[in-house]
Design a protein around this ligand. Structure first.
Ligand SMILES: [Zn+2]
Length: 231
């Protein structure tokens, strides 16, 4: 499996689309092609070079900055299936567990949309702290530790500032060092790394309990999110 990152709205919302290709067969899907202006030219040149067979659009979730490019993309590539939650436009197929994507093979990867970011998590726009706790610490945490994380935005630099305000662990310092020299962090860190440096996945860490003044995991999650929002 090969993953090509296509950055979108760099310097603004810093979104990522991902072109995922099964190399032996060239079968490919494009994940969250929200800004066709930046994504379609890449797809066209890969197709022209015979490097991919494009089968589907995959949407991590229905927000416009992830699924908002479906219309335009389908105008150019009308044969594509659209795989995503039932709220995404033109969906032809909804998986049983639509929250996260997992591709097994030589390299395991998960495309986490706005749920898990490197060193952070999404705001609770349409869900609750309890749902985020379950998504991060039950669903994603149950993936093998070597699963690489590809999130929907590059937010790591600002996430690290918050992590350092909560804890000075060696894992957080390592992530901080990485962000000093690297603009992009997708596909570098794993679920195992997130369990070590992401405080939203460390709800019983004594430092996290101390920083939030809470004990119950859902209350800790709520407090962390409020602290991060206020930063
Ligand atoms: Zn987003």
């Amino acid at each position: 499996m090969h993953v090509q990152t296509i950055p979108m709205w760099t310097g603004k919302s810093n979104n990522y689309a991902y072109l995922v290709t099964d190399e032996p067969t060239k079968e490919s899907v494009i994940i969250d092609p929200a800004n066709p202006e930046e994504v379609t030219p890449v797809l066209k040149s890969k197709l022209a070079a015979g490097e991919i067979k494009l089968n589907a659009i995959v949407n991590t979730h229905h927000h416009w900055d992830h699924a908002g490019g479906n219309d335009e993309t389908l105008k150019v590539f009308p044969h594509l299936q659209v795989i995503g939650g039932k709220d995404c436009k033109h969906v032809t197929k909804t998986p049983a567990h639509g929250e996260t994507w997992k591709i097994d093979g030589a390299q395991r990867a998960v495309f986490t949309g706005d749920t898990l970011f490197i060193g952070g998590c999404g705001r609770f726009f349409e869900g609750t702290a309890a749902q985020m706790h379950k998504a991060l610490n039950v669903t994603l945490a149950s993936l093998p530790d070597d699963t690489k994380v590809y999130s929907g935005h590059e937010y790591t630099k600002s996430n690290v500032k918050f992590l350092l305000a909560v804890s000075n662990s060696a894992a957080i310092k390592r992530l901080h060092d990485f962000t000093k020299n690297n603009q992009q962090t997708q596909g570098v860190f794993t679920i195992g790394d997130e369990k070590a440096h992401n405080v939203f996945m460390r709800l019983s860490d004594p430092e996290v309990l101390k920083a939030t003044g809470k004990k119950d995991p859902v209350e800790v999650m709520t407090a962390l999110r409020e602290m991060k929002n206020a930063m």
